[in-house]
Design a protein around this ligand. Structure first.
Ligand code: C5P
Length: 301
């Protein structure tokens, strides 16, 4: 019998156009109103039959990616194999283009990608519900990496409702030197809000309407990230990056998720190109890349 052909899955990064954070729950997570938008920066995950589970990674940030069983891609393969009573013997190769530990769900993308790729390689034919349940076990952002597009995430971010997007939005993403740990940023959020009463997180009607209408000016006015003060507190230099992008013509600037990647919303593709050039030249970031949204979720190539 010939070995099955390798399977490659392409998975997008995300930006949170609204990240409303509630108080810490008894389980340690925070309730969210999390409006995810998938953006056209992608990792590619390729799985090939192997004697034992192993991971390799290529790309500019490859040295920062763990190649052991803490990698969400490995955990995804293990979870699917266990549910279907088979060995997780697969070589997972990640072509990494999404910034590592950057607040753009790069690790989550690899988890969702490996899950979909192993399902296809092994012929497990898991239902969409089963795949989404495994994604939710792997991490709060992983279900969104599977579905892509735009969605409102409630609970800790894993309970998704798809959202309509009425146009294409142009973004610039500035990667910072070094990552930020998501638990550390949530911990800083707790510290900064310890003396105030944190309201229940609610999606913004103005933001959802701007997405539905494809109205970039309205979206720029409605972008909001409750984790931004915490990310800036841990990494004060991000304020200069945000200011540099705004000076270069961005309609709005914000920290992407828990950071430290910063996101800039541009009027159009030409403006995005100019902002990326200015940010790169400013020395306030490691790299600046343009990308459009929405982007499709995890897709077998
Ligand atoms: O779900 P995930 O493993 O990505 O979460 C990583 C960490 O981020 C959690 O351990 C928790 O500290 C924090 N988190 C949170 N509330 C959420 C999502 C994540 O406090 N809704």
């Amino acid at each position: 019998m010939t070995a099955p052909a390798p399977v490659t899955v392409r998975v997008p990064a995300k930006v949170n156009v609204q990240l409303a954070v509630g108080g810490r729950r008894p389980d340690g997570f925070h309730d969210l109103a999390n409006v995810f938008l998938a953006v056209g920066l992608y990792d590619e995950v390729t799985v090939t039959p192997a004697d034992t589970l192993r991971i390799t990674c290529e790309g500019p940030d490859a040295a920062l990616v763990p190649l052991d069983r803490t990698n969400l891609a490995a955990r995804a393969a293990l979870a699917l194999a266990e549910r279907h009573g088979r060995a997780p013997d697969v070589h997972i190769h990640i072509r990494k283009d999404i910034p590592v530990a950057g607040g753009m769900a790069g690790g989550s993308a690899d988890g969702a990608g490996a899950l979909l790729a192993c399902d296809a390689l092994w012929g497990t034919a898991a239902s969409r519900e089963e795949l989404l349940a495994i994604c939710a076990e792997l991490g709060s952002d992983v279900p969104f990496s599977l579905v892509g597009g735009a969605a409102l995430g409630r609970g800790r971010g894993e309970l998704l409702t798809p959202l309509e997007v009425g146009g294409v939005f142009h973004w610039v993403f500035a990667a910072a030197d070094g990552g930020l740990s998501t638990p550390a940023v949530y911990g800083e959020f707790d510290r900064l809000t310890q003396d105030v009463s944190v309201p229940d997180p609610e999606p913004s009607a103005a933001l959802l309407a701007a997405l539905r209408a494809g109205d970039v000016t309205a979206l720029a006015g409605a972008l909001a990230n409750d984790l931004q003060p915490a990310a800036l507190s841990l990494r004060p230099s991000l304020a200069e990056t945000l200011a540099a992008g705004t000076e270069a013509g961005a309609l709005a600037a914000l920290v992407s998720g828990s950071g430290p990647t910063t996101a800039f919303l541009a009027k159009d593709a030409a403006s995005a190109g100019r902002i990326a050039g200015a940010l790169t030249a400013s020395g306030h970031c490691r790299t600046a890349r343009t990308a459009v949204s929405p982007a499709p979720g995890a897709t077998v190539l």
